[in-house]
Write a protein that binds this ligand. Structure first.
Ligand code: AMP
Length: 188
C-alpha cells in the first residue's frame, strides 16, 4: 500500500493535481477540506462546528481530521494507495499519521510539496472565489489568515519530512501540465 501526501499553501493546485494523479495512478484521493465541506453541506454536528472555524480561515482541531483520515483508511482496505490532500497540516497531525500508518504496516512514501509565493496564492484564491464560491475564499482577511496559518502551522512539516528523507518540492507557478509532469516521476 502506498501513501502519498500533497503539501502546499491554499491555491497551490493540490486539488487539481490530485484529480490528474488519481486518473493516471488510481490512488484514493482524500481531501480533508472536501470531507469537511461535505459535513457542512449535510449540516451535521461536526459540520456546524467546523463551518465557523473554516470560514474565519483557521484550522479545525487535529483530532477531528485525524479521525476522518483513520476512518477512510479503515473503510478502504483494498485500494492501491492513498493520496492525502490538505492533510497533515500540523506537526501533531503528521506524528499522528505516522503512528496510524505504522499500525496499518505502512509509512508515508513521498511528500509532494507544491510551492507558490504568497502574492500568487492570494491572486489564485481570489480567482477561485469567482468560480467555486467558497466562503473561505471570499474575504481578503480570511485569505491572509489561511496564508498565515500555512506559514505558522503547516510549513514546519517541510523540515519534518526533509529529515525523514521523503520530501520533494515542485514549483507551483507553472502550467497544470508542467506541474503534473514534474509530480509523476515521484509516484510509483
Ligand atoms: P482546503 O480545502 O484543504 O483548503 O481546506 C479548507 C479548510 O478546511 C482549511 O482552511 C481548514 O479550515 C480546514 N481543514 C482542511 N484540512 C485540514 C487539516 N488537515 N487540519 C485542520 N483543518 C483543515
Amino acid at each position: 500500500m502506498n501513501y502519498y501526501i500533497l503539501l502546499g499553501p491554499p491555491g497551490a493546485g493540490k486539488g487539481t493535481q490530485a484529480k490528474l494523479i488519481v486518473e493516471k495512478c488510481g490512488y484514493l484521493h482524500i481531501s480533508t477540506g472536501d470531507l469537511l465541506r461535505g459535513e457542512i453541506a449535510r449540516n451535521t454536528e461536526l459540520g456546524k462546528q467546523a463551518a465557523e472555524i473554516i470560514n474565519r480561515g483557521d484550522l479545525v482541531p487535529d483530532a477531528i481530521v485525524e479521525g476522518m483520515i483513520k476512518n477512510k483508511i479503515v473503510e478502504n482496505p483494498n485500494v492501491k494507495g492513498f493520496l492525502f490532500d490538505g492533510f497533515p497540516r500540523t506537526i501533531a497531525q503528521a506524528e499522528s499519521l505516522d503512528v496510524m500508518l505504522e499500525e496499518f504496516g505502512g509509512k508515508v512514501d513521498s511528500v509532494l510539496s507544491i510551492t507558490l509565493d504568497d502574492s500568487l496564492v492570494f491572486e489564485r484564491i481570489q480567482h477561485r472565489a469567482q468560480i467555486e464560491g467558497r466562503k473561505d475564499d471570499a474575504e481578503p482577511a480570511t485569505i491572509q489568515r489561511r496564508i498565515a496559518n500555512y506559514h505558522d502551522k503547516t510549513e514546519p512539516l517541510i523540515s519534518y519530512y526533509k529529515e525523514k528523507g521523503n520530501y520533494h518540492e515542485i514549483e507551483g507557478n507553472d502550467t497544470i501540465e508542467a506541474v503534473f509532469n514534474n509530480l509523476l516521476p515521484l509516484l510509483n
